[in-house]
Structures are given as structure tokens and as C-alpha cells.
Ligand binder design. Structure first.
Ligand SMILES: Cc1cc2nc3c(=O)[nH]c(=O)nc-3n(C[C@H](O)[C@H](O)[C@H](O)COP(=O)(O)OP(=O)(O)OC[C@H]3O[C@@H](n4cnc5c(N)ncnc54)[C@H](O)[C@@H]3O)c2cc1C
Length: 359
């Protein structure tokens, strides 16, 4: 990513109500509570420029003639267009299936999965700051931590003073995610603990095999959660020493938790990597990382398990001229900024095409 594109995106967020400090902070954070207002302001800007939003409208098919996109089939009828920016996110499983059936070229790609760890925010502050008064000045502390090994284990999407929340894509399945409000004001810290799975571990060469693997473990998590979206939870100590008993455990997950063996919601290779990596992380933190820590999961939303093919230069999919797959769902981004920058670049290509016609 070039700095100019990142700056463009950050400035667009500030323009739409994000706080100025995201322009210079090392880890810019808007706050999930601010996002509805910011998204509404984005929409108003786009509408003022002539754009139109179709709510409750699902893209159900691509209309292609002689290798050129000429329209979309949607739940609200057909839309004629020769340009489609396809930014579907990494959880649009029905859309992935539709694209695959239409022959849109896709390949498996490595993706991240694991658990989330929760500790008290006070414990994180004490470890990171040393002095309690620093918390008043610096706010809730965050962290990044990696345990290097045959298979790295790393923190992901650390939510200081945040919540564990459900991140459910389909009925009958369950997985977790995390978020923080802008004030980072809960007593809990949570973070993903992720491991990368490679395509040869998906168990099938089918392009959507990674997605099926996600489904397999999300179904188990749903059953463990009593088919009621309760969150499976286990103390870190009991995960590492099976047999050690878990008392009832605190968590920011509001719908309720259910004690479970979290090995059940992960492929063996991922469980193993967490078993090896967690004690290494704890050593780095001199025992402060796992003290009273709980694990919840699974966390499956690190990145997409599939990549939609596109030409490097034109950014369009071969055989589907006019189709611009972008962002996290297309497998070219991970996170808000990279997804936005990726979409920006494809939009720029389309603008250039029209500019060339205009000359
Ligand atoms: C709880 C949570 C917290 C997060 N926190 C952070 C964070 O702090 N920082 C960060 O960088 N990232 C965070 N992320 C990740 C971030 O949200 C994503 O990386 C980013 O939104 C990806 O952008 P995108 O535009 O590629 O896809 P999305 O934002 O997922 O957008 C895809 C859109 O396409 C729509 N769609 C899909 N299929 C169809 C269809 N067939 N027809 C019509 N519409 C369709 C979807 O409904 C969705 O609105 C978080 C994610 C979650 C879930």
C-alpha cells in the first residue's frame, strides 16, 4: 500500500465523522459505537454525488455476454451494468457458491483461525505500564504478541476495554469476534490467537474447501453453545492441562457462556499450535499473559479462505470483463484500511477507463 492511498482513506473517515487522531495514531481506532454514524455520513456523501443505495437487495447472479459483464441479477430485479466492483466480504458464503457455480475462477488461499483470549484489562495495563497512573494518561493498553514456532501463533484484532461478540454468518453455526467502543471502557481485554492454515490442510482441492472447514467447526461450536449462540469458554489453564477443572468463568460475552473443551472447535493442527504457543507467550510476559485468562471461540474471521482471480494490471477477472473483485472477500485485503485501499484502486481503474473515452 502506498501512504497516499492510506491517507486518502483515513481522511475520508475523518471527513465522515471519525476523530482526527486516526490521522497520526500508530493504531488508529474509530470505535465500533461510532461506525453507524460514520457509515451514514459516507452514504449521504455518496448519495449527494449521485450514488444510490439499494437496501435489502442481494446480488444473486451475474449476467455475462461473450465474456463481458452486462448486468446483475438481484433480489430486487436486474440491473444493467458493464462494471461491477464485487466487495462481498469474507463471510458471504452463498455468494461465493453462486460465483463458483457461474465459473468465476477462484483459488484456495491460506487463512487464519484460532480462539480469542480474554484477560482483565487491569492486568494488561499493569503489565504494559507498570504504574497505574499511566492508565489515566494513556488509556486502556493494547498488545501485539507472537510466539514463533514451527507454526506461529499470533494475536489478532486486540480489543482493549472491549467485548467478545458473536460473528455468525449462517444459522446453526457460531464463531466469535471482538470489538471495542471508542472509550475502551469495559473491564475486559480480548484478542484473537491465530494460526495460519495452508490450502494443503483443507482436506480437498475444491476452491471452497477452506470455507467448508470453517463451517464444520462453526457447527460444532453452535452445538456446544446449546444451539442458542452461547459462547464456548474454557480457562487457558484447563485448555493446556486437560483434566484441570474450570470454575465458572468471567467473560464480556453478553449472551452467556458455556464451559467446553475448546479443542473440539479447532482442527488438531491449530489446537497443537495454540498449546505450544500459549506458554511461550506467557514466558514473554513473565506469567502475566495467562494469569486468570480465559479462552473462547472459535475465531474464524482473520481472512478469507479463498481468492477470486483477477488480472494484476486491469484488476478484472479473466473471462468476466468488467468484474472487479476487491477487498477482504476477494482475498486481497485484511482489515478496514487495506480493503478500502483495494477498492479505491479498482475504482480508479474504472475512472481512468471513462476518462480515456472522454478524450
Ligand atoms: C466485529 C468485527 C470487528 C472488526 N474490527 C476491525 C478493526 O478494528 N479494524 C480493522 O481493520 N478491521 C476490523 N474488522 C474487519 C473489517 O470489518 C473487515 O476487514 C472489512 O470490513 C472488510 O471490508 P470489505 O469491504 O472487504 O467487506 P465487508 O465490510 O464485509 O463488506 C461486504 C458487504 O457486502 C455485502 N454483500 C455480500 N454479498 C452480497 C450480495 N450477494 N449482495 C449484496 N451485498 C452483499 C455484505 O452484506 C457486506 O455489507 C472487524 C470485523 C468484525 C466482524
Amino acid at each position: 500500500m502506498t501512504g497516499a492511498d492510506v491517507d486518502w482513506v483515513l481522511e475520508a473517515f475523518v471527513d465522515c465523522g471519525g476523530r482526527d487522531s486516526i490521522l497520526y495514531e500508530q493504531r488508529p481506532h474509530l470505535g465500533s459505537n461510532k461506525l453507524p454514524m460514520i457509515c451514514r455520513n459516507f452514504r449521504r456523501k455518496i448519495e449527494a454525488a449521485g450514488g444510490e443505495y439499494l437496501f435489502d437487495c442481494c446480488v444473486e447472479g451475474l449476467i455475462v455476454r461473450d465474456g463481458q459483464i452486462v448486468g446483475l441479477q438481484t433480489s430486487s430485479g436486474e440491473i444493467a451494468t458493464r462494471h461491477v466492483i464485487l466487495g462481498i466480504g469474507h463471510s458471504a458464503r452463498d455468494t461465493y457458491e453462486m460465483l463458483h457455480e457461474l465459473g468465476v475462477p477462484m483459488i484456495q488461499k491460506p487463512f487464519q483461525l484460532g480462539l480469542r483470549i480474554e484477560q482483565s484489562q487491569e492486568q494488561i495495563n499493569a503489565h504494559k505500564y507498570g504504574h497505574s497512573e499511566y492508565e489515566q494518561i494513556l488509556g486502556a493498553a493494547d498488545y501485539t504478541i507472537v510466539a514463533k514456532g514451527q507454526r506461529d501463533l499470533y494475536s489478532f484484532c486486540m480489543c482493549a476495554g472491549g467485548f467478545v461478540i458473536p460473528s455468525v454468518s449462517e444459522p446453526g453455526m457460531f464463531c466469535t469476534n471482538g470489538m471495542s467502543r471508542s472509550r475502551h471502557d469495559t473491564p475486559y481485554a480480548n484478542s484473537g490467537l491465530m494460526v495460519t492454515l495452508e490450502p494443503h490442510e483443507f482436506g480437498s482441492p475444491h476452491p471452497l474447501a477452506g470455507m467448508e472447514l470453517q463451517r464444520q467447526f462453526e457447527r460444532i461450536a453452535y452445538e456446544l453453545g446449546r444451539a442458542d449462540y452461547l459462547c464456548p469458554i474454557q480457562s487457558a489453564e484447563s485448555f493446556l492441562n486437560p483434566g484441570s477443572s474450570s470454575p465458572s468463568l468471567p467473560s464480556s460475552y453478553e449472551r452467556g457462556v458455556v464451559l467446553a473443551d475448546l479443542h473440539a472447535v479447532l482442527p488438531d493442527a491449530v489446537s497443537k499450535a495454540i498449546e505450544i504457543g500459549l506458554p511461550l507467550m506467557d514466558q514473554k510476559w513473565r506469567g502475566d499473559f495467562l494469569k486468570n485468562a480465559t479462552l473462547v471461540g472459535p475465531e474464524m474471521r482473520g481472512s478469507a479462505p479463498v481468492r477470486i482471480d483477477r488480472d494484476l494490471k486491469s484488476r478484472q477477472t479473466q473471462g468476466f470483463q468488467g468484474l472487479y473483485p476487491v477487498g477482504e472477500g476477494a482475498g486481497y485485503a485484511g482489515g478496514i484500511i487495506t480493503a478500502a485501499v483495494d477498492g479505491l484502486r479498482s475504482a480508479r481503474e474504472i475512472v481512468l477507463e471513462f476518462a480515456a473515452i472522454g478524450h
